[in-house]
Design a binder for this molecule. Sequence first.
Ligand SMILES: Cc1ncc(COP(=O)(O)O)c(C=O)c1O
Length: 465
Amino acid sequence: MDLSPTHNQSVEELDKENIFHPFTQPKAHMATGPRIITGARGVHLEDNRGNQHIDALAGLWCVNVGYGRNEIVEAITEQAAKLPYYHSFASMGTEPGVFTADTVKRMAPGNMARVLFGCSGSDANDTQVKLVWYYNNLKGRPKKKKIISRDRAYHGVTVAAGSLTGLPPVHNAFDLPLPQVVRVRCPHFYHEAEVGESEAAFCDRLIAELEATIEREGADTIAAFIAEPVMGAGGVVVPPEGYLPRVQEVLRKNDILFIADEVICGFGRLGTDFGSQYFGIEPDMVSVAKGITSGYQPLSAVLVGEEVWNTILEDSEYLGVFGHGYTYTAHPIACAAANANLAIMEREGLTANSARIGETFQRRLRETFADHPWVGEVRGVGLIAAVELSADKATKRRFDPAAGIGKAFQSQALENGLIVRAMMNDAIAMSPPLILNEANIEEIIGKFSETLAALEPKMAAAKTA
Ligand SMILES: Cc1ncc(COP(=O)(O)O)c(C=O)c1O
């Protein structure tokens, strides 16, 4: 059998015949085909047609140090030559993972005791669910298993993590969510506040809802609450002032663990090492992925807090082996990439750059788009932002989803050399590499403005339809 690729077809045709694309409408893909990215440097990408794009999303919110970092490439190559693989089951280990765990633990919020590696943000959150169940079984509380998550949260797609996610496409026709997930309101002031309600009153209402939910379900049935400090895929939602510390207070009062999903916010995106530090919370458990390697290798981790770790440690005497982990847990090449990536972050002060340039990014987005007639809200902190398109600025009316305004914006932006992502409610999300500079910001603003102008006729038609 000849296994060399079929060269009498274009890569686009081969893609359409062979690849099952995630988060893609399969029929539409058969019509449009893929966009094949072939190279990248800094904050710019090149496709196989020779077009240049500025990557305002850093891949999928992950290429924090930017593309083309030889230092990471060399670390990967050296590790592959020296020891491409060894596992960490049964007390075995390799050097890179030990060093990654040590660095990440020192950067982390709260009192983190141990680091359990995985390969994706989804598997990290799946592990979180298993760990909090395990913990409560060890504590003799077999009923304490439910997990509170929020509408529009994104925690991944595997069975447990997908259940924590609060976005319909992740559940529809998949028989999700699992019954153990309890949902509370998304903390998005712009859409969720009542007419005339202040942000402080909105926050009070969210906290009252959380308390009422715990009361209704019974604190003895709830194991954990999970939250992204700033929601990403749900449309970039920054919570109201004081919300996360107040959530933490309620959870502590009710002996419920706080799991911070730092898969996007971790490693500098908000201008602090972790989002938890930005908002002043100390979670009990933390999930990380993406920025830990800037996407140069797949790697995630669950940071296990003192309380959970000590319980597991003590009870292991009679329970025996901890029966969880993956073939690729603490993969040495992925951890070597993480170590080189974190060294760049530190040496170049990229978290501080994210805070500094993030202020300019947020200011320029607001100056340019906040008063635009087709823009409902500009939001974000540090280097994560969204510009939400609106059919009616005064009433905050959304476009009919069938009009596909967000998706049309995303496609038009791609034609203009700008990569952004359309989220629910036609929010256009951005999360550029942390090496962003002023010229990059102006390039994003310019291409965003051109895209808005090109889309006006479509938005006008959708408004009156
Ligand atoms: C906050 C958050 N958690 C979890 C995930 C899932 O990560 P992965 O796609 O690596 O499974 C994502 C992915 O975007 C995310 O943004």
